[in-house]
Every structure is written in structure tokens, then in C-alpha cells.
Design a protein around this ligand. Structure first.
Ligand SMILES: [Zn+2]
Length: 321
């Protein structure tokens, strides 16, 4: 009996001895598990998840796991991004409920005005067509590719967008509400849609930004386009704005502005627009010297400043009658 009891005790003791390290193993295994889970769960962005997940080794797990995370993340990331990066992702960000904080003596010459800015073209052209004017059977490309710097290789859309963003900041600084047709190059917005953005926001003036190209590489200088039809409801405003902008642009940049104003009936962006609108050809990218200027960041600030000065002058002239 005693020996039986003692044996049972010994067996029990051995069991305890064997279980103790085992339970330790289990604990040790659960620890790394939870550690591994924790960062995955707490990772705030969807982009971090795939890099952490060994997706190649566990394809099913990977496909299942990220989907709820990804669907949850964009709505979270979007509102996070906009307050953080106020300058760039703010297409219609300007309708500001609060008065712009002023640094002392700064005026707001454009306060209460809505200015549309359309940086011409985009990263990829769209060769689908659309009517050049309401009711017209003449079709034009939705978005043409634009010109390109002969010396720098920079695309026109890059210059237009860079200047457009600088111009936006200056206009907002002056109290204007700015409506950008786009703030990133990788978009697809047709010329009709760009005009409609101006219409829908009832812009007080829409400014389309372009650079020109010419087979004759000696041609240089800036000029303006305005709608040709004098029956255009804002024809006089378009011309007045074009003159003011070109004058100020020439003064600020020193570029040749002798070509002046060109009147065009073939511009989709004009024909669909029902607001005062003008188009500046900021220079020729097919002229090597001018290309180097147009693609230079410091010079682009001058370009934007010149256009801005012209817009201010235009509204001043209008106010003075
Ligand atoms: Zn263009």
C-alpha cells in the first residue's frame, strides 16, 4: 500500500515537474504571438500592414486580414490628411468659414471674390473627344498633352500646376476663395469639366494657365487668349482681365508680351464657360532659353506673382469703373 501510495506520489511529482516547463513553453509561445498581433492591430495605416504581413507565405491570411483594415483606413486617413496638409489637397478648400488670420498690415484686396485657377493639361492626356461648344458637332480631345521643354524635357502640365499652386497661395493670402480645377497632376478632368467647375462655383474670374509651343524655336514670349465671340456675356471682362494680367505678368517676369491678346473660338474651356475667363500662355517651352526660365522654381514664383498682380489690378479697375 505504502509503496503504491509512494509511487503515486512520485508519479504525481514527476507530472508536476514535466508540466512546469511545458506550461512555461506555452506561455513563451503565447507571448510572441500577442507581440506579433499587437503591432498588426495597432498599425494605423493600411500601407504598413502589407509590409508587416508575410503575405507571400500566407496568401489566404493576407487577403483576409488587410481587407477590413483597408476599408477602415481610407476614411480615417482622409480626414487626417486634409487638416495636416492644408496646402496641397485643397481643391475647393478655400470656402473658409473663418476669417483668414492677418499678420498685421497685410491687406486682403481680393476678399469676398471667388477666383478659378485651371492649370492646363494633366499627367496623361485623354484622347477621347467632347464637343468644342454646347450643341457643336466639332469634337476635340478631352485633354491634349500640351507642349514640352526643348531644353529641360519638362512637361507643360508640370509648369502649369506649379505656377497654379503658387498663384493659389497668393490669392488666398489676399482673401480670395480659390477654386482649383485640380491640385495634383495625376487626374483626368476634361476641358468641359474644367469649365463646369468654374461655372458651378460661380467664379468671379477664371484663369487658365498654359505654356505655348511653336515649331519655330526662336519664338518666345507670353500672350493671352480670350473668347472670340463678342456675344459672350462677359466678353468685356475677359478682355479687361487679359490686358491687366499680361501687363503685370510682363512687368514681373520681364518676358516679351508683344503678342498681346489672341481671340479664340476653338477653346472648349471658353465655350463651355459661363463666367469671366481668360487664358495666359506664360511663355514658350519650345524656346530653350525661355524653357529654362519657365521650369525654374524661383522664376515660377515671379510668374505667379505677375498673374496675381494682374488679377488684383483687374478687380481694382473694375471697382473703379
Ligand atoms: Zn497648353
Amino acid at each position: 500500500m505504502k509503496t503504491g501510495g509512494a509511487r503515486r506520489l512520485t508519479i504525481l511529482f514527476l507530472c508536476v515537474l514535466m508540466l512546469a516547463p511545458l506550461s512555461g513553453c506555452i506561455k513563451r509561445e503565447t507571448v510572441p504571438d500577442t507581440v506579433a498581433i499587437t503591432p498588426a492591430v495597432t498599425t494605423p495605416s493600411a500601407s504598413a500592414v502589407p509590409s508587416l504581413t508575410p503575405s507571400a507565405t500566407f496568401p489566404p491570411a493576407a487577403t483576409l486580414a488587410p481587407s477590413p483594415v483597408i476599408t477602415a483606413t481610407p476614411p480615417l486617413a482622409e480626414p487626417m490628411a486634409s487638416p495636416l496638409q492644408t496646402p496641397s489637397p485643397a481643391p475647393t478648400a478655400s470656402p473658409k468659414p473663418t476669417k483668414r488670420p492677418q499678420n498685421g498690415s497685410d491687406e486682403e484686396p481680393l476678399s469676398g471674390l471667388v477666383i478659378g485657377v485651371d492649370p492646363g493639361h494633366q499627367a496623361h492626356s485623354d484622347s477621347d473627344t467632347e464637343p468644342v461648344a454646347p450643341g457643336s458637332s466639332t469634337m476635340k480631345k478631352k485633354v491634349s498633352s500640351g507642349t514640352r521643354g526643348v531644353a529641360t524635357g519638362v512637361y507643360e502640365y508640370e509648369v502649369n500646376l506649379a505656377v497654379g499652386l503658387l498663384l493659389r497661395d497668393m490669392l488666398e493670402q489676399a482673401g480670395a476663395t480659390v477654386v482649383m480645377t485640380h491640385t495634383k497632376a495625376n487626374v483626368n478632368i476634361s476641358n468641359i469639366e474644367r469649365a463646369e467647375i468654374f461655372n458651378d462655383n460661380s467664379v468671379d474670374l477664371g484663369v487658365r494657365l498654359h505654356c505655348n509651343g511653336n515649331t519655330d524655336h526662336s519664338v518666345r514670349g507670353a500672350f493671352m487668349l480670350v473668347p472670340k465671340s463678342k456675344s459672350y456675356p462677359y466678353y468685356d471682362d475677359c478682355v479687361l482681365a487679359a490686358k491687366a494680367i499680361l501687363k503685370a505678368y510682363g512687368e514681373e517676369t520681364g518676358l516679351n508680351t508683344e503678342k498681346g491678346i489672341t481671340y479664340r473660338s476653338d477653346q472648349t474651356g471658353f465655350n463651355w464657360c459661363t463666367r469671366p475667363v481668360t487664358n495666359i500662355e506664360m511663355g514658350h517651352m519650345t524656346n530653350a532659353d525661355e524653357d529654362r526660365l519657365l521650369t525654374d522654381a524661383d522664376f515660377q514664383a515671379k510668374m505667379a506673382r505677375g498673374i496675381y498682380n494682374g488679377i488684383v489690378a483687374y478687380f481694382k479697375e473694375k471697382a473703379e469703373g
